[in-house]
Design a protein around this ligand. Structure first.
Ligand code: PBG
Length: 329
């Protein structure tokens, strides 16, 4: 007879709950939302049916519903019309930028939430790249002053945490200095520390129409085959003053989440990206998987790997699930 019988600890739900190592609370979730200019607009993202592009009025309602379910962290991305894009992403820090105006209004109405921005040129760039493009090359240092202006404008608008997402060098240090010089010492930085050149961003680029016009992002985003390089990135971001280290995508990079959370003291965030959500939705819509069961399992695995904060388009559905509601896609 076996003396050790691990099954004894699985015998009923009460016992399983008692010994459960990972409990994912709704408080750990960050809901990403797409904002568009205008009024009374709500457009479903075809390749990511749980997500919509909202005009501010609808976005406010969505935030209110999420707050009622216990979500207090929101990451907002702007869908900018092609006519406002240029080579230098000048709209990103323009006075009349709808994204910046919206942030101020959202924070006026909901004081207790955390608003997280995206700092990168791609939503505003006519080249669709995250940096300045010259003769087909994506420039590193020449992009910095643009990111500095964008960051200060976002902090001024009321964003609590800035998310530099271009995966180029020296971002966190430069932005930290720009913020501090402008008096925004309390504005945090969630650095996209280990962001991979992944095929999983497709639906996001559909949502924002932000795909690169030529080439790919492999000279700045990380090679999916590498893990040690993530440690170098994490070291640099830590030294440069990041407040959070992010791994992105999440599900296909659980080993990276684990290794950063084992080796660094800063809180690890993980971005469960659009393509990772879309895959699950597609299978659930075909009846091949059960959303009510698969969705919480996926999010729990990201937390188990070591992520403290999780960005997912499923955040609201997870909160509904935790509230005892039946969720479907
Ligand atoms: C761009 C940015 C991207 C995402 C977040 N910020 C796309 C990209 O790098 O091309 C992707 C998020 C997702 O797929 O959900 N700076």
């Amino acid at each position: 007879m076996n003396i050790r019988r691990p099954r004894r600890n699985r015998k009923n739900e009460a016992t399983r709950r008692l010994i459960r190592e990972t409990n994912l609370n709704t408080e750990r979730l960050i809901m990403p939302l797409f904002l568009m200019d205008g009024k009374n607009k709500k457009e479903q993202v075809a390749s990511l049916p749980v997500a919509y592009r909202y005009s501010l009025d609808h976005l406010m309602n969505e935030i209110e519903e999420c707050i009622a379910l216990g979500i207090s962290n929101f990451m907002i991305f702007p869908a900018v019309s092609e006519s406002l894009k240029d080579r230098i992403a000048s709209y990103s820090y323009a006075e009349d930028n709808f994204y910046l105006i919206a942030a101020t209004k959202i924070k006026e109405r909901f004081q207790d939430i955390t608003l997280i921005s995206d700092v990168a040129m791609d939503p505003y760039s006519s080249d669709g790249h995250d940096g300045l493009v010259k003769d087909g090359e994506i420039l590193n240092d020449e992009t910095l002053p643009i990111l500095g202006k964008m960051s200060v404008a976002q902090a001024k608008a009321g964003f609590d945490i800035l998310g530099p997402s271009d995966m180029m060098d020296g971002r966190v240090g430069f932005i930290r200095e720009a913020l501090d010089e402008a008096g925004f010492t309390e504005t945090s930085i969630m650095s996209y520390t280990a962001k991979y050149a992944s095929a999983m961003y497709g639906p996001f680029r559909d949502a924002l129409e932000s795909a690169p016009k030529s080439g790919d992002k492999k000279t700045y985003q990380m090679d999916p085959a590498n893990s040690r390089e993530a440690l170098i990135e994490a070291e640099l971001d830590t030294v440069e003053g990041a407040d959070f280290l992010m791994v992105k995508p999440a599900l296909h990079y659980l080993d990276i989440i684990k290794s950063l959370s084992d080796q660094f003291e800063l809180p690890i965030a993980a971005y469960h990206v659009s393509g990772e959500c879309a895959m699950l939705i597609a299978a659930c819509q075909r009846g091949w998987l059960d959303y009510q069961k698969a969705m919480p399992e996926v999010l729990t695995s990201i937390h188990r790997a070591g992520a403290k904060a999780i960005i997912s388009y499923f955040a609201k559905d997870y909160a509904r699930y935790m509230d005892g509601q039946q969720v479907n896609v």
